[in-house]
Design a protein around this ligand. Sequence first.
Ligand SMILES: *[C@@H]1O[C@H](CO)[C@@H](O)[C@H](O)[C@H]1NC(C)=O
Ligand SMILES: *[C@@H]1O[C@H](CO)[C@@H](O)[C@H](O)[C@H]1NC(C)=O
Ligand SMILES: *[C@@H]1O[C@H](CO)[C@@H](O)[C@H](O)[C@H]1NC(C)=O
Ligand SMILES: *[C@@H]1O[C@H](CO)[C@@H](O)[C@H](O)[C@H]1NC(C)=O
Length: 475
Amino acid sequence: MGWSLLAVLALATLGFGQEICLSGEEDPYLLFGTKTAYIFANRGLPNNNRAHEVPGCQPVAFWMMNRHGSHNPEADEIEKLQNLTNLKNNIVNNYRGGNFRNNNQRICTSDFNLLERWEWNPRHNLTFAGDLTSDGYVSAQQLAQAWKQKYPGLFNDNRHNYLFKYADDRRSSTTFKAFSEGLFKSMADNYDLPKENDEKLLRPYKFCGAWNKSIEENPDTPSQRQIFESKQEYKDMVANVSLRLGFNYDIEADVVRSIYQMCRYNKAWDVTQISPWCAAFTREDLRRLEYAEDLDTYCKYGYGNELNKKVGCAYVKDMMSFFTKHVENELPQQPQVMVQFTEAASILMALGAMGTHEDTVPLTGDNYHTAPIQARKWASSTMSPFNANLAAVLYKCTLNGNYQINDQYQVLLLENEKPISLDWCRVGLCEWSQIVSKLGDIANSCDAEACNGATTVGRYVAVTMSLVFFAVLVV
Ligand SMILES: *[C@@H]1O[C@H](CO)[C@@H](O)[C@H](O)[C@H]1NC(C)=O
Ligand SMILES: *[C@@H]1O[C@H](CO)[C@@H](O)[C@H](O)[C@H]1NC(C)=O
Ligand SMILES: *[C@@H]1O[C@H](CO)[C@@H](O)[C@H](O)[C@H]1NC(C)=O
Ligand SMILES: *[C@@H]1O[C@H](CO)[C@@H](O)[C@H](O)[C@H]1NC(C)=O
């Protein structure tokens, strides 16, 4: 009796005990690149809730870029994700048929049960493709309330104190609506808030021929990601995921990406729910998938191409001209609050133009395992999660009120509500003179030259045009 019980226990330990249960992780890995939920993005970082209280200083102007919150699958993703239903059925067959190559590595019963119950939500169809989710909407409202609580004097009830700019898409305009409701509750509609749709400012890359040609349309742009995906360390991840789901062969890398996409969407739509698809991945798998996307954003919007800084300068210029107006005028200026509603690409380019998150070594497909890359600063998960925001607040100070500062004006730079670390500022707080010398130069040299420059044809046309113009004048 006693012996057989022991034997059962021993078998349980050897067999089922080693199945991997990933959905029930105590401390799951929740950094999912550009599809990370806002509250997961800054977990574990010191949250300096008092950063906005600068002794001896009053906030006088607020500038911010804001990314929309979580959204439904895009039109071009629906079919692939819907196809996970077939994959799920295959996994169920694998499990029921007991044809696992290695029982020790398969998903555990509770993970399997969750997955078996998963169904595609028919509301995720073309009609609602890409729309903001209710979580995305509420998060934007909550952010507006949080800013209002920190800066009640700036976020006041005077509509002339605001200027909102939003990109020409449904997500950005819906986010603007949510944000204004967060500020003014049900009164938001009555305020008729000043707003404009300035595509050139919000998405300068769309108007930059050189960027279009050398990055967007360049087939080499994703090459570092492709190198990484061709490496054994990435293939091992695909092999382990396949093994876990009971396949006798390695499933396609593209299918693994769909599983990942579903997993991270699920966690962004409802941060409290367990996603059955996330159970396919260990922490280390997720870190590799995250790096693959970091390689893409780094090359497309970041330091991976020099041009990105030159395009991103448009945001720095916007901020500088807004603040300069406030610094140069003795009397208070309106608006004091300027908020842009835009997308991840814009925020990444602005952060790059400001020189934040710059690593000492470039991100490449070959260096995933090196220490600097494991601790990299360029990380889409923390830079551009859903609801990402980049704020700059101008303060006017009385000089004897704070012995730590030298200038009458100070600028606090905040990324997702937390001070940005820049070596020429103190915990996000920067002297105006430093801002002028570091960011003012970037703003002043910001023009369309870099976008036209690439083509000699463009220059030739310009010269010809001015000659023609000159000739016309002379005649
Ligand atoms: C979805 O699955 C069907 C049937 O297996 C297949 O023909 C189709 O190519 C798949 N679509 C995508 C986008 O993977
Ligand atoms: C999407 O789903 C909604 C609600 O279920 C339905 O009213 C709508 O017609 C569907 N759209 C398409 C394109 O199938
Ligand atoms: C970008 O390049 C594509 C392909 O060459 C072209 O069709 C498109 O018009 C370009 N867009 C811009 C804004 O230059
Ligand atoms: C894949 O699984 C093996 C065996 O459990 C493990 O040693 C290896 O580290 C895993 N690889 C990855 C990329 O997680």
